[in-house]
Design a protein around this ligand. Structure first.
Ligand code: ATR
Length: 265
């Protein structure tokens, strides 16, 4: 029997994870299956007690809930307060990890500098929580978090030793070297961003990809910034999950190139 893996979420039909993991399996000669499973929040406990999967990824809206359900989680899952990868301990026990932040760091490595730079993070929801600790640990000179609901920015900033500013204060902020967009606003209407946030040589990164990333990246491009969407992060976090399960780290560049060539909308 081959080992079975999957991704749980709701909705899940749009997920690129099955394509990515099947490509990784071909590339590394691993015999496994990977499927997308639509699981409603109320069905999570039943899923956990009955699943036969060797491991699985977790996506919206379950990342925080799965963290709460698991007795054993990694330090980085604890830092994020969320789980995106579940694997089995030798005894079969389900354990949680989080590869989102490391996936982001892998994706920007060598392209968008973090060390010694002033970085602005827009948003303080689940996506932001997944990356703040690794961004801080990358040696940034300053990490500032702005969120529509200021209290959430303050709470997240306190957790990682960053500072928080009110959304209105963005209008008078000093320019940043890099701006990371993590709000869910891209799916709807981007709030206006002042041009003082960036300067010559600044970069802009959107944690989402496809249409959701377009408004923020269009804004960054209009200011002359280097811009990048989160498709690379998606592939990198998947490769890190795959390595946890299979002990082999697949190459990400060919899979990312293929997704870009095919289009992701
Ligand atoms: P995710 O897991 O994608 O981060 P989330 O945890 O629901 O989703 O967080 C959504 C984030 O987008 C929050 O930072 C939210 O701001 P609030 O904390 O004020 O709700 C932000 N957000 C959503 N819609 C927004 C909008 N129209 N303008 C600005 N921020 C928005």
């Amino acid at each position: 029997m081959i080992d079975r893996y999957g991704v749980i979420g709701q909705p899940i039909s749009h997920s690129l994870s099955p394509r990515i993991h099947r490509r990784f399996a071909e590339q590394t000669d691993q015999r496994l299956s990977y499927e997308a499973l639509e699981i409603a929040p109320e069905d999570l406990p039943t899923f956990f007690s009955s699943t036969q999967l060797a491991g699985f990824n977790v996506t919206l809206p379950h990342k925080q809930r799965v963290f709460d359900l698991l007795a054993v989680v990694s330090d980085r899952a604890a830092a994020a307060g969320a789980v995106n990868t579940v694997y089995r301990h030798e005894a079969g026990q389900l354990c949680g990890d989080n590869t989102d932040g490391a996936g982001f760091i892998e994706d920007v490595a060598g392209r968008l500098p973090l060390a010694g730079r002033r970085i602005l993070l827009l948003g303080a929801g689940g996506a932001a929580q997944g990356i703040v600790a690794p961004v801080r640990d990358a040696g940034v000179s300053e990490l500032v978090i702005a969120n529509r609901t200021y209290d959430k920015a303050v709470r997240l900033a306190e957790k990682v030793g960053a500072s928080a500013i009110r959304w209105e204060e963005l209008a008078t902020a000093k320019p940043f070297d890099g701006v990371i967009h993590s709000t869910a606003a891209g799916h709807k209407q981007m709030p206006d961003l002042p041009i003082c946030l960036v300067k010559d040589g600044s970069w802009c990164y959107d944690l989402s990809y496809g249409p959701a990333a377009r408004p923020f990246l269009a804004w960054g491009e209009a200011q002359g910034c280097q811009v990048q969407d989160g498709l690379g992060m998606l592939v990198e976090q998947a490769a890190l999950s795959f390595a946890i399960w299979r002990g082999v780290r697949p190459k990400t560049a060919p899979v990312l190139a293929e997704l870009r060539a095919e289009g992701t909308e």
